[in-house]
Design a protein around this ligand. Structure first.
Ligand code: CTP
Ligand code: MG
Length: 179
């Protein structure tokens, strides 16, 4: 029973790992040209802002793909039944990466519409907008690998993982702010 739950949780963490890597890689590798090229929306605020760069987006999607490929190679043979076949790990990683970066971008779009400046905190949007789209996009690789409880677990766990990771990134000097 306990072993069963633990292995299910391990499966969920392995499933979402490409999204976590996609979300954190741009902090290290992002920069340069912003995706909105400095353009403003009708409300006079930036479309996405300087925190969303083309390089960061590309780095995030690549990280998801890379982690998916690593999992296909190392985790699938260990017998973790997350996807039905090895190839789905790779498409899953790519889709989680693409969904993560799309959700992150839309989160910033909403923050700008709510007049929240780039880099300022927005509770829930900062932690969860990427997860919603990561999960939606991943459906294309693998319809229904997650149960209702699996999705609920990921929302609660991701909130705390994201909050914790950002405090660490702040303390170690990677990020100026702890969110
Ligand atoms: N980043 C990037 N490109 C992206 C996403 C993130 O270059 N597409 C980098 C930026 O350096 C950004 C950092 O990762 O500052 C942290 O990301 P995030 O917290 O999502 O951005 P914020 O700067 O907080 O901007 P926003 O208020 O729009 O969320
Ligand atoms: Mg931020």
């Amino acid at each position: 029973m306990v072993a069963d739950i633990l292995s299910q949780i391990a499966g969920l963490i392995l499933f979402i790992l490409p999204a976590y890597f996609a979300n954190s890689t741009p902090v290290l590798l992002g920069g340069g040209l912003p995706i909105d090229l400095g353009r403003k929306f009708f409300d006079g605020e930036r479309l996405f802002g300087d925190g969303k760069t083309m390089l960061g987006f590309f780095a995030g999607v690549s990280a998801g793909f890379f982690i998916g490929a690593l999992e296909a190679y190392f985790i699938f043979p260990m017998g973790f039944v997350i996807y039905p076949d090895q190839f789905s790990f790779i498409t899953g990683g790519f889709l989680l990466g693409l969904g993560t970066m799309t959700g992150d971008l839309l989160g910033s779009f909403l923050k700008r519409r709510m007049k929240v400046k780039r880099g300022r905190q927005s509770l829930l949007l900062d932690q969860l907008s990427f997860l919603i789209f990561a999960l939606l996009f991943s459906l294309a690789a693998s319809p229904a690998v997650l149960s209702f409880w699996g999705v609920l677990f990921l929302f609660v766990a991701t909130y705390f993982v994201h909050a914790g990771a950002n405090v660490v990134a702040n303390k170690t000097g990677l990020k100026k702010v702890p969110w």
